[in-house]
Design a protein around this ligand. Structure first.
Ligand SMILES: [Ca+2]
Length: 184
């Protein structure tokens, strides 16, 4: 296991190393148990995730991760842009998938301008934004939860974090960590 170093160059190297392939694991013998994502806490950079060009995975001692050393950050840059972080998992038949994630919000905004939409798409169900987080999300890590429900067929679940920022109204940065995918 490589140790993360809290420098900008380390973050740049991680960006270069981004594999950006969707991750799905075939059903196991006991398919409806356990956490099924290969890299829920970004300790392996963006392995298992599709990440936009401005997504940085940090190991920063002054802004600690929720757990481990690393987390994904949608950096507040005060520019007009959007960024995406996305991953897929396979949900076996008759399994429920619960997705839990933690977000920390750092902001100079006093009204809603920059935001982070968290979406969950499941085979057979239209994609839906489950959370739309903004400046008032809190400067401490907060956990959010969403689930797919069950179906009689195997499905693909896609979780997306889409940040949208506009210039000139203050700056909000969103940190994301420990995005777990648990079958039950
Ligand atoms: Ca982490």
């Amino acid at each position: 296991m490589k140790a993360f170093v809290a420098t900008a160059s380390a973050a740049a190297l991680l960006l270069l190393a981004a594999g950006s392939v969707p991750y799905g694991r075939p059903a196991a013998d006991t398919p409806c148990t356990g956490q099924i994502h290969t890299n829920p806490g970004f300790e392996r950079g963006t392995t298992g995730w599709t990440a936009g060009p401005r997504i940085v995975v940090l190991g920063d001692a002054t802004r600690p991760a929720h757990t481990g050393r690393a987390y994904a950050t949608f950096a507040g840059l005060d520019v007009t842009r959007t960024d995406l972080l996305r991953t897929n998992v396979t949900v076996p038949a008759d399994c429920d998938l619960t997705v839990r994630f933690w977000v920390r919000t750092t902001t100079t905004e006093t009204s809603r301008s920059d935001y982070l939409n968290v979406g969950l798409a499941v085979t057979g169900i239209p994609p839906k934004t489950r959370f739309s987080l903004a400046f008032d999300g809190g400067s401490q890590w907060r956990q959010y939860t969403m689930s797919t429900g069950t179906a009689t067929t195997e499905r693909t679940a896609t979780v997306s974090f889409v940040a949208s920022e506009t210039t000139g109204n203050g700056v909000t940065a969103f940190d994301v960590d420990d995005v777990t995918f648990t079958l039950s």
